[in-house]
Ligand binder design. Structure first.
Ligand code: C5P
Length: 215
């Protein structure tokens, strides 16, 4: 069974997808992490976002343990350096490059094959797994999404202020929606869930109910 959970920055998709994956005992795939890892290496190596595919060539030595949601760069784990809005911003520039998206989507499909997955991102239900049995699109108000991101970054020990986080996610969402090819949209057959003021547990329960009803 394939479950696609998409949505904009701070909509809660990682938290919900991880929990659904745990409860159903199905592997979890965070597609945004690959965009973020690529962004991190591009900045380190002085590679332009348009050339991002070079990151997967030697000698840059990126290792993605997607199953464990861990990223290594030259043997060092960099997973916890990928969550900043600066990295997210470069990730969304890379995400506008169609050749990169096509290559990376092939990689995701090859990784999962015929197996089950709970995949989260922006295009899990539209382009990566268009045949997913369950497609969910999470939304929340801009303020709530910014607040969640702000709390999350602060909890990771980062120096952040709320206004900058709000500005950064609004810009990133706009870039994701406005890219000429593969713009960020809900799949036509996705179930929309507005998570504003709704607890994680309630959202998880709704997704699990969809699974029960449809499978
Ligand atoms: O989900 P996350 O915030 O980690 O994603 C970072 C950026 O990577 C997004 O703003 C988006 O530009 C890009 N992305 C994408 N398609 C995906 C996952 C992430 O375009 N499936």
């Amino acid at each position: 069974m394939k479950i696609a959970i998409d949505g904009p920055a701070g909509c809660g998709k990682s938290t919900v997808a991880k929990e659904v994956s745990k409860r159903l005992n199905i592997p979890y795939l965070n597609t945004g992490l690959v965009y973020r890892a690529t962004a991190y290496v591009c900045v380190k190596e002085g590679i332009e976002p348009d050339d991002a595919l070079r990151v997967f060539e030697k000698p840059f030595e990126v290792k993605l343990d997607v199953a464990k949601t861990e990223v290594f760069y030259r043997g060092e784990e960099i997973t916890d350096r990928l969550s900043s809005e600066d990295v997210g911003n470069v990730a969304s520039q890379i995400a506008t490059v169609p050749a990169f998206r096509e290559r990376i989507n092939q990689y995701f499909r090859a990784l999962v094959g015929d197996g089950s997955v709970v995949a989260e991102g922006r295009d899990a239900g539209t382009h990566i797994f268009p045949d997913a049995e369950i497609k969910v699109f999470l939304t929340a108000s801009e303020e709530e999404r910014a607040r969640r991101r702000y709390e999350q970054l602060k909890a990771q020990g980062m120096e952040v202020d709320f206004e900058s986080v709000l500005k950064a996610i609004v810009e990133r969402d706009q870039r994701d929606r406005d890219r000429p090819l593969y713009p960020f949209r809900p799949a036509e057959d996705a179930v929309l869930i507005d998570t504003t003021g709704v607890s994680v547990e309630e959202v998880v329960e709704r997704v699990l109910k969809l699974v029960e009803e449809r499978v």
